[in-house]
Design a protein around this ligand. Structure first.
Ligand SMILES: Cc1ncc(COP(=O)(O)O)c(C=O)c1O
Length: 392
């Protein structure tokens, strides 16, 4: 008689029906899920959301978690329920997906250059209570203003300041000149400044990271002051990442924090250090990929069904098996991984389902259509990653 090797308790047809209807709470177990499956642990996610929300509130900062990490309106809604001012999106497509899900306030953190982007942005502004766009060139401000005039809408914009050698106008006189230009455009309203010091986010060591972020953010704060000295109101300065939330969040002049990865945490962030030591454990690893051992070529190796197509591979870190020490993961192709189990702290067998902590969360999420929200061994919800792939 077939043993079905460690797997599920119920027939696939029932699971399929539950997944199609979304009616899973109290019925579906993690053991029932088809693998590889992207899972988020609800207790850990909720704790991460609460911790960052409390930090922001205690320090008198607004919080606008970055949706590029989760790409999932359900998760954005959880952060809003915990007091977030709104969401960020990296791209217009993500903002469009969030708007379709009823999210009212989105900051798009990259510039809207080119005719079609401008037209889409203006159309979105007509559908959304609070869309904030960033601008780093006068010509682009002119384009946005003209399109907004033609559509009869007002656009809220912020200066994108270049504090990380990426997009953005240079802090100081160039930024002030751009702000002055924007104030002369009747269909644009200047909200303030975005200054995201991305290069500081993963600097290892809290003291080193603090120095890096302070050096990057000082010109942004000085620019805010320079605008105010010229009579240009600048009540808003948004920045910070998971690595710098408690650095930028202590700076006089930063009004809003926009971290994203803290919701999930990944192995890349785990090693950046904190004021308490080498580990950065302010937030818990909530995101895992559930995978099945589907071949055992010998006692020393297990082959998993989660390979290159299941994880972003841009970091030097390999996925880590949760709950069993001493397993070494290596990619073994698009669909496969090889687990060296010689030193495994407990036996690994054919059919076992293993959970793997993720090297880099944002691009991994973008590989999946849905995320299973779990509590213990139960699946409580299936969330669509509705902004998945929306990179245009
Ligand atoms: C503009 C901007 N803000 C905030 C973030 C959030 O950073 P993290 O996910 O490291 O918290 C990012 C991430 O790349 C970003 O590009």
């Amino acid at each position: 008689m077939a043993s079905f090797l460690h797997t599920t308790t119920r027939p696939w047809a029932e699971v399929e029906q539950m997944l199609a209807s979304g009616d899973v709470r109290g019925k579906l177990a993690k053991d029932d899920l088809p693998t590889p499956a992207l899972c988020v642990d609800l207790d850990a996610l909720t704790a991460n959301i609460g911790k960052m929300a409390n930090y922001a509130q205690r320090n008198g900062r607004a919080l606008r978690p970055h949706g590029k990490s989760h790409k999932c309106s359900e998760i954005a809604r959880l952060t809003l329920a915990a007091g977030a001012a709104g969401a960020c999106s990296a791209k217009l497509g993500e903002a469009e997906a969030f708007a379709a899900a009823g999210i009212e306030s989105v900051l798009v953190t990259t510039p809207m250059v080119g005719r079609h982007r401008v037209e889409r942005a203006v159309r979105l502004a007509g559908r959304m209570a609070d869309l904030i766009l960033v601008v780093d060139h006068a010509e682009n401000a002119d384009d946005l203003n003209a399109a907004a005039a033609a559509a009869g809408v007002q656009l809220t914009v912020a200066l994108d300041l270049n504090v990380t050698n990426r997009t953005g106008v240079a802090p100081g006189p160039d930024a002030v000149a751009l702000a002055e230009h924007i104030t002369r455009l009747p269909h644009l309203k200047l909200k303030g400044i975005q200054a995201y010091a991305g290069h500081a986010s993963h600097v290892i060591g809290f003291a080193e990271r603090t120095a890096s972020s302070q050096a990057a953010m000082a010109p942004a704060i000085a620019t805010r002051r320079a605008l105010e000295a010229k009579g240009i109101p600048c009540p808003w300065l948004s920045g910070a990442s998971t690595g710098t939330y408690n650095i930028d969040g202590e700076m006089d002049g930063v009004t809003e924090l926009q971290p994203g990865s803290y919701l999930f945490m990944d192995l890349d962030y785990a090693g950046i250090g904190s004021p308490n030591g080498e580990r950065f454990d302010d937030f818990a690893h909530s995101l895992t990929v559930l995978s099945t051992v589907y071949s055992m070529p010998g006692r020393e190796q297990a082959i998993l069904d989660a390979g290159l197509k299941s994880f972003a591979t841009d970091t030097p870190f390999a996925p880590q098996v949760r709950g069993i020490d001493g397993c070494r993961y290596t990619f073994a192709g698009d669909e496969h991984a090889r687990l060296d189990v010689r030193q495994a702290s407990s036996p690994v067998q054919l059919g076992d389902r293993l959970e793997l902590v993720i090297p880099h969360c944002d691009p991994t999420v973008n590989l999946y259509d849905r995320i299973f929200a779990t509590r213990g061994e139960q699946v409580e919800a299936v969330w669509r990653i509705d902004a998945r792939g929306m990179s245009a």
